[in-house]
Structures are given as C-alpha cells and as structure tokens.
Write a protein that binds this ligand. Structure first.
Ligand SMILES: Cc1cc2nc3c(=O)[nH]c(=O)nc-3n(C[C@H](O)[C@H](O)[C@H](O)COP(=O)(O)OP(=O)(O)OC[C@H]3O[C@@H](n4cnc5c(N)ncnc54)[C@H](O)[C@@H]3O)c2cc1C
Length: 419
C-alpha cells in the first residue's frame, strides 16, 4: 500500500517505526525544514515522557504499551539512562493526602524527563534509523495544504504539487489545526465531539517555593472543580525550566520546557481551565485561537502578555515586575492585564485555583509570581477513524491524545490495524 504520513511528530514516529519492516511504501511530509526545526512539539522541546492511566489522552492505551513507548525513546538517548531525571507523581507520598484534603484530585503517573538538549539526539537517532529503510521517504519543507478524499485520496502541497495515495495518515499535531479543520468541514461525519477548550496561563515562580514538591515528584498534576463549575488543572511542570512562546500560523501562545543540563532558577507550569460548551458551539479551536489572538493584539501583534499574580488578582495592568525574573526573553512579551483577555468566569477560576494551591504550597500566591497568557490546548476536536478507509487521524490532531506517550502509542495502534 502507498501511504502518505503528514507530519513527523510523536504519532508519526510510533506509526512509521511499527511499519518500517512492512511492504508498505511510506512517504512522510513535514512542513519544517528539517527534523529539529519545529518548536511547537514536546518531541522537540522538553520531552517529558510518562506512563499514566489518568493523563495524556482519552485513548485506551494499556500501561504495557505506554511503557514500551517510553523504553523506545529511552533506547535512543545518547547519555546514560541514569542521567535522565525520573519522578513518581503522587505515588507513595504524603502529598497525595495533602492535596486531596484541600479539594484537589491528584493524578498519578511515572515520569522520565529527557530534556530539550538530549531530545535532539533522540530525534536524530530515531530519524537516522527510520530513514535507513528503503520503503520510507522523508520530505521536509513540505507543507500539506489540503487533502482531497473524494475519489483517490490526494494530498496538495503548498507548492501546488498533488500526489495520490491509497491511504493518508494525518499526524499534524496541534499546529496542523487548519488542515484538520478544512478536512472536517468537508467531512463532518468524522467529528465525534467538538465542545471543549482548555485555556489558561503559564505560571512561573522561583524554584525555592516548590523545591520540596519538585524533588518529591518532578511533575505534579492536580485538578480542582472551582465554584464557577469549571475544572482547572496544572499541566507540564518544569523545574528549573524556561517559558517559551509557541508560534502558530496566525497567533502566538506560551508554553514551557526544561533542559537536561542548562537550568534556570525558576519553575513553570501551566494552569488550564477546561471550558465545555453545548450546541450550537462547534469550533473549540476557533474559540481558543480567538482568545490567543486577543492577547497578541493587546500585546502589539506578535507578543504574549505577562502579568504578576498580584496585579492579576487586582485586575490591574502590570507596569513593573517584582523579585521574579522572567525566563521568557523580554522581546517576546509585553507587561499587561490578562483580565482583558479571558472571560470573567475564566479569571475567577484561575484565581480560585491559585489561591487554593497556595494553601498546600505556601508561596504560590506571592504577589510577584508571574502569569503569561495565553496557554491553549487544542485537542478538543475528537474525530473518528472507524469505517474510514482513506484517512486516519493520529495523535493530538485526532483529539484523542495530548502527550508524547499517548500520541506515539496511537501511531503504533493505527499501524497495527493496517499491518
Ligand atoms: C512546547 C511543548 C512542550 C511539550 N512538552 C511535552 C512533554 O514534555 N511531554 C509530553 O508528553 N507532551 C508534551 N507536549 C505535547 C506533545 O508534544 C504532543 O502531545 C505530541 O507531540 C503530539 O504528537 P503528534 O504526533 O500528534 O504531533 P506533533 O508531535 O506536534 O507533530 C506534528 C508534526 O506535524 C507537522 N505539521 C503540522 N502541520 C503540517 C502540515 N500541514 N503539513 C506538514 N507537516 C505539518 C509539525 O511541524 C509537527 O512536526 C508538549 C507540547 C509543546 C508544544
């Protein structure tokens, strides 16, 4: 079979690695100019991989397959495995009870943190291996602009080239949301659920406030049901890490990562508010993009907004920072007011979450801790692969995953289904 894989991310890695010794001819189209160029993906930045039944995606991925995925990535590192940071979130620790008692739902997981620097070696090693198989051809600098499923499945590249395949496997992650949207606009039958948006901020504070927690479990992930009814959660904790911007085609958001060797003196993590809407709402990505664009507009076009927690709580524009030095370079943000970006209920939920967290981890709500906005998670358009012979959606663009482990495992499972 002739298969086009669009995007070379975590899902594609699982898919291609599973089929590398098959008879299928696989062409991989990646819009970035080489394997390392795209920054908007956890397999190029940070690389925290985990095994958890409770986070990372809504797919039924067994713990054994998750562990296989983790072992595969770890087998491609250059440094000794014992140099990789490891953690066990809310495993055998009194923190579970402390968070639970304050109203949080603590999420259990095992972590390995590869780090942005070592991740480069991992991706290089994986790519060199996959590229050595004759049935696999990589095409970089090849953005797929549209997919035509009417007759023979066909992809159209941005330079106007059209190519036909027996099957198209879409692994374009969150950055490929436009392509996914154009496909499901033409094929609404693929859409299963289309109502949720996760929006929030990247929170940054000095390491010493969260040192004990970081040492105990590296990643702490907790959820809280707030008075407004919104569920709020922490996500992607980066001890001694860096805040970065994520550049989409027409807006910019924030994210965070950490390196194995180079360390900052701050910790950052996302605080995300889940918004669930009802019919006729059907465009979660449009909604998230709109809010993100609003923050960019207020920040002068191509920047994000940075505000201290104290100013956020008082609905006051930040004009001066306090004791915390941002790890995001100064040319990427404008000091501003996130209350002008998020709806009121979202601001209330963020405030309640941070204040409740402060009861468990004193110092979280220090006035000069930093909030960057917006952080968005675009995983909400759940699509189906059932009864659909021509195109398969894999990884984050399918709406079923939101992590390296789950996206890679999704690729493995889809590959096995057509082996
Ligand atoms: C900064 C950052 C840090 C993260 N850190 C972590 C982490 O530590 N741990 C974790 O588990 N998860 C992390 N995540 C989430 C994780 O990266 C994703 O869940 C996972 O990579 C999804 O895999 P995927 O294959 O679906 O998409 P991706 O890995 O995002 O890959 C999609 C690929 O498709 C390409 N592409 C997009 N559109 C097109 C197009 N039209 N044509 C051709 N190519 C296209 C992109 O350039 C990209 O290379 C992070 C995400 C970000 C943005």
């Amino acid at each position: 079979m002739k298969i086009a894989v669009i995007g070379f991310g975590a899902g594609a890695i699982g898919f291609i690695n599973t089929l590398k010794t098959s008879n299928h001819q696989i062409d991989v189209f990646e819009k970035a100019k080489d394997i390392h160029s795209t920054s908007v993906s956890g397999i190029r930045a940070d690389g925290k991989i985990f095994v958890s039944a409770d986070m990372g995606g809504d797919l039924d991925v067994g713990l054994d397959l998750q562990q296989e995925v983790v072992d595969y990535y770890l087998s491609n590192i250059d440094c000794p495995v014992d140099k990789i940071e490891r953690g066990n979130s809310f495993g055998d620790t009194p923190y579970y009870e402390t968070f639970y008692g304050a109203g949080f739902n603590p999420i259990q997981a095992q972590f390995w943190h590869i780090g942005t620097d070592e991740l480069k070696n991992v991706i290089t090693n994986i790519y060199n291996d996959l590229n050595s198989y004759e049935n696999i051809s990589f095409h970089f600098n090849s953005q797929v602009d549209s997919v035509n499923l009417n007759n023979n499945p066909q992809i159209c590249l941005s330079d106007g080239t059209t190519l036909n395949y027996d099957k198209i496997v879409l692994g374009v992650g969150r950055t490929g949301h436009r392509l996914v949207k154009s496909i499901i606009n033409n094929h609404p039958e693929f859409i299963m659920e289309n109502t949720k948006v996760d929006l929030g901020v990247r929170f940054e504070l000095p390491n010493h406030i969260v040192d004990d927690l970081n040492k105990e479990m590296y990643e702490f992930k907790v959820q809280l049901r707030t008075a407004s009814g919104y569920s709020v959660r922490t996500f992607c904790n980066n001890p001694s890490g860096y805040v970065v911007t994520e550049e989409y085609e027409d807006f910019i958001t924030v994210n965070g990562h950490a390196k194995l060797k180079e360390k900052s003196s701050n910790t950052n993590f996302a605080i995300l508010v889940t918004h669930s809407f009802t019919e006729p709402f059907n465009d979660p990505i449009g909604y998230g993009s709109y809010i993100a664009k609003l923050s960019n507009i207020l920040a002068g076009g191509d920047k994000v907004i940075l505000q201290t927690f104290g100013d956020f709580a008082r609905s006051k524009r930040t004009k001066h920072l306090g004791r915390v030095t941002p790890t995001l370079p100064q040319d990427k943000y404008i000091l501003g007011d996130l209350n002008l970006v998020f709806p009121g209920k979202t601001c209330q939920a963020l405030l309640e979450f941070i204040e409740t967290l402060n009861k468990v981890v004193p110092g979280i709500s220090y006035q000069d801790n930093l909030m960057y906005g917006t952080e968005c998670k675009f995983y909400s358009n759940k699509v189906t692969n059932k009864d659909n012979g021509k195109i398969l959606f894999m990884g984050d663009c399918s709406g079923w995953t939101r992590s390296i482990t789950y996206a890679t495992a999704h690729g493995v499972l889809l590959a096995k289904s057509i082996e």
